[in-house]
Ligand binder design. Structure first.
Ligand SMILES: C[S@@+](CC[C@H](N)C(=O)[O-])C[C@H]1O[C@@H](n2cnc3c(N)ncnc32)[C@H](O)[C@@H]1O
Length: 166
């Protein structure tokens, strides 16, 4: 699978630094950021994807991001990247991963996607402006999307690109 065009567009505007790819899967975005010169950490619960990262510059961590204890406590990154993943109970902790003046780049499915197929469970679908509300006044919103798309397949896509002010 190719990287998301929306994520790729914004990734190219960022100065290389540290990035964490949350629930990275096989790493389509982790590899995009590595190619752009970032120091990449990829995390996922699936141990089978570890092989994708062996012999690369990407540090893979096999973590459960949905346990009662947040496993990334105290860590911060210049860029926090999330694609096609949502677990609301740890959303505040995930936002805390963004370093001062760092960026959050988050894109997944939005409410209404159930009209087109999966994911259809509202637990996995962002509401319009939900991420902007969760970020509050500590972030400058650089781009926000919530729209029905047809490419690569019909879906409702939601996303935010934001910079932490302090
Ligand atoms: C739809 S895939 C998205 C993969 C990648 N972010 C992308 O956009 O190509 C969702 C990913 O979330 C991971 N995942 C699901 N539950 C998780 C958990 N509790 N902790 C960490 N990763 C999890 C899955 O293993 C899977 O790789």
């Amino acid at each position: 699978m190719n990287p998301s065009a929306w994520i790729s567009q914004h990734a190219h505007t960022l100065t290389p630094g540290s990035v964490i790819d949350i629930a990275a899967g096989s790493g389509r975005h982790a590899f995009l950021f590595a190619d752009l010169g970032f120091q990449v950490t990829a995390v996922d619960i699936n141990p089978e994807v570890a092989a994708m990262y062996s012999d690369t510059s990407i540090a893979f961590e096999n973590l459960d991001l949905e346990g009662s204890q947040w496993p990334l406590c105290g860590q911060q990154f210049d860029v926090v990247l999330v694609s096609n993943y949502l677990y609301r109970p740890h959303l505040p902790a995930l936002i805390q991963l963004v370093a001062p003046e760092g960026h959050l780049l988050y894109e997944t499915f939005g409410l209404g996607n159930e009209r087109y197929g999966k994911p259809s469970n509202p637990n996995f679908l962002l509401k319009q402006h939900e991420l902007a509300s969760a970020l509050g006044s500590q972030f400058l919103i650089l781009d926000e999307r919530f729209e029905a798309v047809t490419d690569p397949t019909p879906a409702v896509r939601a996303g935010i690109f934001a910079r932490r002010l302090k």
